[in-house]
Design a binder for this molecule. Structure first.
Ligand code: IMP
Length: 186
């Protein structure tokens, strides 16, 4: 990679909100807590694509239990940065949830509409239990109440990218979680 690519990537982000070491430390804490809470069980983690993929990859490696995981893709009909509440499943799960201890893994909970839709839809598939883990939570933006069982970080109302989170499909591979310059404070 040329130096210019690195410079222009850095220029797009305003500042680092959470650096990779801080993220790793918190993900390990969440993994340890989940390990304790699900001791003796065989949890099934369901992560939303694409945003939660990197979080899931780190989280499962910090959970010291036998587990399985699956992916689901939900899209909204709204604009790029905010879900409209009109949601549908674009890519469904491969596995059934019946009789499973399901842990829904989200990258970020903003209005709460996506998670609320997923809890309704997946809850109807008769899992034994259904809990949620979100790496990031923006409580000030909430439109609907959603139960969050595990939260990595509560953050202010910034549009953030990196560690799986995108803006127009870019920046997912940044190791830190950064505030996007053009959309900061949106
Ligand atoms: P919600 O339905 O409003 O809670 O939004 C959840 C989805 O919106 C997330 O899974 C992200 O795809 C997207 N989103 C919300 N806030 C951000 C952000 O700050 N950066 C990147 N994506 C975001």
């Amino acid at each position: 990679m040329g130096i210019h690519d690195a410079v222009s990537r850095r220029a797009a982000v305003e500042s680092v909100l959470l650096d990779s070491r801080t993220i790793q430390r918190r993900v390990c804490e969440l993994g340890a807590q989940i390990t304790r809470d699900y001791a003796g069980k065989f949890p099934h983690l369901v992560a939303t694509l694409k945003g939660a993929s990197i979080f899931l990859a780190d989280l499962v490696r910090s959970i010291e239990l036998d587990l399985s995981f699956d992916f689901i893709t939900v899209t909204s009909y709204g604009d790029a940065t905010e879900s409209s509440g009109q949601l549908r499943i674009m890519k469904d799960l491969d596995e059934t949830l019946e009789l499973r201890h399901v842990l829904l893994v989200e990258d970020i909970v903003d209005t709460g509409l996506t998670l609320s839709y997923l809890l309704r839809t997946l809850g109807a598939r008769r899992p034994t239990s259904l809990k949620t883990v979100a790496l990031l939570n923006k409580p000030s933006r909430r439109k609907v109440h959603v139960p969050l069982d595990y939260v990595g970080f509560n953050i202010p109302d910034f549009f953030v990218v990196g560690y799986g989170l995108d803006y127009a499909q870019r920046y997912r591979n940044l190791p830190d979680i950064c505030i996007l310059r053009t959309a900061a404070g949106s």
